[in-house]
Ligand binder design. Structure first.
Ligand SMILES: Cc1cc2nc3c(=O)[nH]c(=O)nc-3n(C[C@H](O)[C@H](O)[C@H](O)COP(=O)(O)OP(=O)(O)OC[C@H]3O[C@@H](n4cnc5c(N)ncnc54)[C@H](O)[C@@H]3O)c2cc1C
Length: 405
């Protein structure tokens, strides 16, 4: 006895994920007159932004570095659009290119069937079949909570930042924030603004840079300098200005990595923190910096330096991971961590009609670059196939029928 799966033969590529990456590639394909089917597990586009972003979330980078191909942000949007503005841009983008994802379609498995040379992509109720599979499920598909001894004993509330909305829910509480990346810093800042008392755990070294230098976005400045100077010199300059602006952050418990911020980002994907105000709260003592946690207790935490403190809540700002290995089968294009094995800028194309978009560790800029290349590559194949079909008078007709699996 098997479960009944509907079977859908898809004309163009199957795109898994309706985040910015999935939408960008669908738009670029549409521009090349190639149809596609976008499968999305949630019930909306850009679900990371709509369902998992905290209220005060803004783009970390200026809008010109976050535009998707073929359509820019509205002129009246500020330099750093808010989460709501970004979502409205995504909605307009999907409407402009008539992208209508199939919602509630969570891809469980995808596998290349060499007997017919097609990809079989299964959700809970449909098997989609196509010559092309585009993976657009993102670098941030699943929240990560590290294993910390004793967490099951904790009597207060503990959450991941993916479900954090606002410091309002933590008013007057003493909160342990585990993690000091952009999310950990912003959540700590938000907690301060709502009269909570955040203690931020900084286990590893971290680069904190001003969001802007000389009135220019730090990211934009770095991109510009990289056209003229070697990467290490750019890093040295950024650190010089950062140290001049903040003083030595080591004194605040924020040790800098030995590798410079851009070199580290390129080699490991670790993003420098672009400060939006947390650093001054650390200096004033409103955000307390704590060393690593040794264990969680019923009422709080013990730290590696022997200190023990009580907390009302714990927030894990410990990032996300890709979920590709859980559903893409018999394929060695991705690493165990779910990232393409081939580094940027060549990680967008696999074999047998497999593509990946948005796995560059370069944010939305990387997405835009991948999407354009993928659409061009598939459009070239599409026109060849169409020409062949016209010659033999056949047609691609989407087909849906039922079969037992
Ligand atoms: C807090 C935060 C702030 C950020 N700020 C910036 C910024 O300012 N600038 C920037 O460039 N980048 C930023 N990023 C990075 C950001 O993740 C990306 O730029 C962008 O959202 C990536 O788009 P994506 O479509 O690749 O992935 P996502 O936005 O994660 O979209 C992937 C989609 O795939 C769906 N999906 C996953 N698994 C399945 C499955 N098995 N079946 C079906 N659907 C599935 C998900 O539901 C999701 O809708 C930020 C990230 C975070 C977490």
């Amino acid at each position: 006895m098997g479960t009944e799966l509907k079977c859908a033969r898809v004309d163009g590529p199957i795109i898994v994920g309706a985040g910015p990456s999935g939408l960008a590639v669908a738009a670029c394909l549409a521009q090349n007159s190639v149809p596609s089917v976008v499968l999305e597990r949630s019930d909306c586009i850009a679900s990371l932004w709509q369902c998992r972003g905290y209220d005060r979330l803004k783009l970390h980078l200026p809008k010109q570095f976050c535009e998707l191909p073929l359509m820019g942000f509205p002129e009246d949007f500020p330099k750093y659009p808010s989460k709501h503005q970004f979502i409205s841009y995504m909605n307009s983008y999907a409407a402009r290119f008539s992208i209508q994802p199939r919602f509630g379609q969570s891809v469980k498995t995808a596998e290349f069937d060499s007997s017919c040379g097609l990809w079989r992509v299964r959700t809970q109720d449909v098997e989609y079949i196509s010559k092309w599979l585009i993976v657009a499920t993102g670098e941030n598909a699943e929240p990560v909570i590290p294993e910390i001894s004793g967490i099951e004993k904790f009597r207060g509330q503990f959450i991941h930042t993916s479900v954090y909305k606002s410091g309002l829910d933590f008013r007057n509480q003493k909160v342990l924030v585990v993690g000091c990346g952009n999310s950990g810093m912003e959540v700590s800042l938000d907690l301060c603004k709502h009269n909570a008392r955040p203690h931020m755990v900084v286990r590893n070294s971290v680069h904190v840079l001003p969001r802007e230098m000389f009135g220019i976005s730090t990211f934009g400045l770095a991109m510009c300098l990289l056209k003229w100077l070697p990467l290490r010199q750019v890093d040295q300059l950024l650190l010089l200005v950062a140290n001049f602006t903040f003083g030595k952050t080591d004194r605040l418990g924020l040790r800098r990595p030995k590798t410079g911020p851009i070199e580290l980002k390129n080699s490991t994907g670790k993003t420098p923190v672009l400060d939006v105000g947390a650093l001054s709260k650390i200096k004033s003592g409103e955000i307390k910096v704590m060393e690593g946690v040794r264990e969680i207790t019923e009422k709080g935490a013990k730290f590696v330096n022997g200190q023990e403190k009580e907390f009302d809540s714990i927030i894990f700002a410990t990032g996300y991971k890709s979920n590709v290995p859980s559903w893409l089968k018999s394929c060695d294009f991705f690493t165990e961590e779910g990232m393409p094995k081939t580094p940027f800028p060549n990680g967008w194309k696999g074999e047998k009609g497999l593509y990946s978009v948005g796995f560059t560790r370069r944010g939305l800029q990387g997405t835009a670059s991948d999407a354009v290349k993928i659409a061009k590559d598939i459009a070239d194949q599409w026109s060849t196939i169409k020409d062949a079909n016209n010659t033999c008078n056949a047609h691609f007709i989407p087909r849906i029928d039922s079969q037992k699996k």
